[in-house]
Ligand binder design. Structure first.
Ligand code: AHR
Length: 519
């Protein structure tokens, strides 16, 4: 098949490595930044079968559920300790009118989901259903307000409805069955306001943000963390303008960064790709996202040296063509071992920037883009990406240990993207120290052809290797589907030892992810 883009990946084998080796040096003395658990955040939009069928089947469903939420998905999300969930969009948020989603079901009006396939939304999943889900999972809600087609009054009343103990909105909430206010910390003021959220200029949005945030009040001790709608990818002007014109009226500034080959035409197939496309994807998600983070952070540093404003990557992940046979506009895609490597490279990168980067929300939690779970009827499949999130759980709230990696590199180029050639290590790594002193080591070998011995200079950290797990598969295109739900799944890993010099030596298979602990 001929691809409509030209990709080039070139292995730059360095002669000093006769065998395929890599070395990692930890700097525990420099460890000071906490990896906020919110780096492992999720995103749930009214899009395709993310909410309906993915999270919510309703209490009358024959699919086993708790108050309407699928039991299998609830358990899966608890197992990865989801820290925060963003809702209701995405582009959907700027057409959503929250009052349509409260009160008796039969009285809730319907609406057309214009962004996502024109599907009719019946509003049966609304504010109560979302906030109760967060309570069941034990995660923070992150609610995106409608700025594009809503009003300041609507946003202000929504905050009051969710968080006030008394007053007219609290009375309405109580009539609808919820006595106590919910705890709601994160509110987003619009989404992609430069695009589907209203096609605004940053100057105009900045003023609008200031207006909206003024009337989103704090009730009865509920503290709000207000997030401004941020840039996408390389739009540094948007970030610069908001930093200048909004400043500390925002606590967080968002950023979106997706990976697909091109936005015009085919984005690439989720399960069919060649080595060039694969390496381009990995470079985009490792060194590519790193460069983008660095540049946005540098702008933020100019205006906010004390780091009062956080950067939130509140949408990220791979975006491939929709699966053949799925409903158009529902963004249902499969998830292969390649997506798992993407997740590991991305998370390892995010760990290095947590002095400014405080939240990341992978898109999306169920059945949409790079999801955690896929569902069909009463069946559920955990994706390779899900397993990476599971293996990385111990890193949540641990202190990042800075490190450096020395290893062979590959070079990748996509001539149709605004992205010059990228040179990336085959090995990606991160490390962190937990409160009890346990050290987590996370490694990924992107190489499709070569195994690699990784020698890690622990710089004085001692202990035994424990809980070592590996995620790999025979073919990088392997994925979990309803007929083969466990084609890709973690296994315990034995090839990690501490040598006489006190170095950790890990024999990494091709296309593999290894997480272990030293304690
Ligand atoms: O995640 C899918 C869409 O991607 C979101 O709705 C939007 O914010 C972004 O463009």
């Amino acid at each position: 098949m001929r691809h409509n883009i030209i990709l080039l990946a070139l292995s730059l084998s360095l002669p000093i490595f006769a065998q395929h080796e890599a070395s990692v040096t930890l700097r525990p003395a420099d460890a000071k930044e906490k990896i906020n658990k919110e780096i492992y955040g999720q995103f749930a939009e009214h899009l395709g079968s993310c909410i309906y069928g993915g999270l919510w089947v309703g209490p009358q469903s024959p699919i086993p559920n708790t108050q309407g939420y699928r039991n299998d998905v609830l358990q899966a999300l608890r197992d990865i300790h989801v820290p925060v969930m963003r809702w209701p969009g995405g582009c959907f948020a700027d057409e959503y009118h929250w009052m349509d989603g409260i009160g008796p079901l039969e009285q809730r009006p319907r609406m057309v989901n214009n962004n996502w396939g024109g599907t009719v939304e019946d509003n049966s999943f609304g504010t109560h259903e979302f906030l109760n889900l967060c309570e069941l999972i034990g995660c923070e809600p992150y609610v995106s307000m409608n700025v594009g087609s809503g009003s300041v009054e609507e946003a202000a009343k929504w905050v009051e409805y969710m968080t006030a103990k008394d007053g007219p909105m609290a009375k309405l909430r109580k009539q609808n069955g919820r006595q106590e206010p919910w705890h709601v910390k994160y509110i987003g003021v619009g989404n992609e306001s430069w695009g589907c959220g209203g096609n605004m200029r940053p100057e105009y949005y900045s003023d609008l943000y200031r207006r909206y945030q003024t009337y989103c009040r704090e009730y009865d001790g509920n503290h709000l963390y207000k997030v401004a709608s941020g840039a996408s990818d390389y739009d540094y002007t948007w970030t610069e303008t908001l930093m200048r014109q909004v400043g500390t009226q925002m606590k967080g500034l968002s950023l979106h960064y997706y990976t697909c080959y091109t936005w015009s035409g085919s984005k690439g197939k989720a399960t069919q790709f060649d080595a060039d496309q694969y390496y381009w994807t990995i470079a985009k998600c490792g060194v590519g996202v790193e460069e983008v983070l660095q540049k946005h952070i540098a702008i933020m540093d100019q205006y906010d040296a004390r780091r009062n404003i956080d950067l939130l990557l509140d949408e990220w992940g791979t975006w491939w063509d929709e699966e053949p046979g799925s409903i158009r506009g529902h963004l249902y895609q499969q998830n292969t071992m390649r997506d798992a490597i993407v997740a590991a490279f991305s998370l390892n990168t995010f760990h290095q920037y947590t002095q400014r980067l405080k939240m990341c929300n992978i898109a999306q939690v169920a059945n949409v883009l790079q999801s955690m779970v896929l569902t069909r009827g009463d069946q559920m499949v955990l994706t390779p990406t899900y397993y990476v999130f599971k293996m990385y759980v111990p890193n949540m709230e641990a202190i990042n240990i800075p490190l450096s990696v020395q290893c062979e590199t590959f070079e990748a180029e996509n001539e149709q993207r605004n992205s010059s050639r990228r040179v990336s290590n085959y090995i990606s790594a991160s490390a962190s120290r937990m409160a009890d002193g346990t050290v987590n080591i996370n490694l990924a070998n992107a190489d499709l052809r070569n195994t690699r011995r990784v020698t890690i200079n622990l710089s004085g950290i001692t202990g035994k290797v424990q809980n070592a797990q590996i995620l790999t598969s025979a073919d990088i295109k392997d994925y979990n589907d309803f007929a083969r739900a466990e084609a890709v799944r973690p296994a315990s890993f034995k090839n990690a030892t501490i040598n006489r010099q006190g170095q950790l030596v890990v024999e990494m298979p091709t296309k593999s992810i290894v997480c272990l602990q030293i304690k």
